[in-house]
Design a binder for this molecule. Sequence first.
Ligand SMILES: *Cc1c(COP(=O)(O)O)cnc(C)c1O
Length: 433
Amino acid sequence: MKKASFTPAAPILAGFHQKNYVKWSANKIVKQGIHPLMANFIPYAKQQVDEDDIAAVTAVLRSDWLTTGPQVASFEQALADTTRAKYAVVFSSGTAALHAAYFAAGVKHGDEVITTPLTFAATANAALYLGARPVFIDIAPGSFNINQALIEEAITSRTKVIAPVDMTGLPAPVEEIMEIARGYGIIVVEDAAHALGANFNGKPVGSRADMTVFSFHPVKHITCGEGGAVTTNNRRYYDKLLAFRSHGMVREPSLLMENHGPWYYEMQQLGYNYRITDIQCALGLSQLKKLTRFLARRREIAARYNEAFENCPHLLTPPVVPGVEPAWHLYVLRLAGDNPPRGELIDRLYKNSIGTQVHYLPVYRHPYYRDLGYPAGLCPNVEDYYRRAISIPLYPAMGNTDVKRVIKVVMEEVNSLYERLLSSDVENIHHSS
Ligand SMILES: *Cc1c(COP(=O)(O)O)cnc(C)c1O
């Protein structure tokens, strides 16, 4: 066999941690002699960048602005329009946007941020950045989102923020959570990194919570390479977000403590350099124009998957919530039974050149969080979900042939794995009798 050289092509294997993913793939190559780019490998997610996106970026490289310039302002306006929010502030990443949103909400050392452990770690990490403690609430049974019925009993005098996550692109019940929060003067920051373009009772995600956070990482709906945003209807949060993005410095005359002249700016709080470039925003703006098309394709593929897997007794398809139009960032199947053969299914799909991922290890089970004292088993529904979940390929550039192949291979492998499980159960019964 020809020796595989895969590093230069690695960026097409989109993932949160491309490096780890490639490392993992490399181990598999050694073990199984399989090259992930051979035999029509289908990754679980992938960006779509077209010639017009590239043209938009190169035009900026020829312009007078490389960072904070007209593309940043246009992208922010377009995001505000899309989400029907008054303001949008873009950041260097979704994580930076979360950090800024919690800061604008007034989160300080010793405060608590209520969130779900079924999320990318950044939702909780951003609370730690500010010296606050994440408080993890379980998901509702059968749901992917935080159980709003458990929120109120978790509220203490130190609770500053409730951060629901629109897991997989399925909007969390933010209206109900806002109502709970109002009674306590708590601020709701919705992590909508999965949910750009989703609707809840006809209302777009982005204008429901006090602040809403988006990510433009390549696996998300649209990409800037790296990037994020906060949308809000509140002027006070907007001013704080802007200052936090750039060292806590303020130029706007009406907000200055002193004013020494037209050159003058002052640092009023400790901020960061979380700015995003005009180069990236040109890409984001060009991508945002395709959001409707991207979403339509994601929904089409999800509908095909639903139809194909719905009647399989070994598989649970994603929850359906009345009035909700998900953005389908991820398509998560859950395997049924007491011993879901998830790891084996992932291996078998990989051997068939189909990439998958697991979203997510419950945040508190990461070694860093374990060391902070969070016990294993803290949220039983999330733990149960975690044993069963597998994200199968879903991205707008995925062709119908690929969708068909995923369906065929998943059905074949699932049926064969469960047949074996069933026969080993019979054997166990024989042995024990
Ligand atoms: C992607 C993601 C983030 C972080 O966004 P980055 O742009 O990668 O920093 C935060 N929360 C969730 C749920 C995400 O999926």
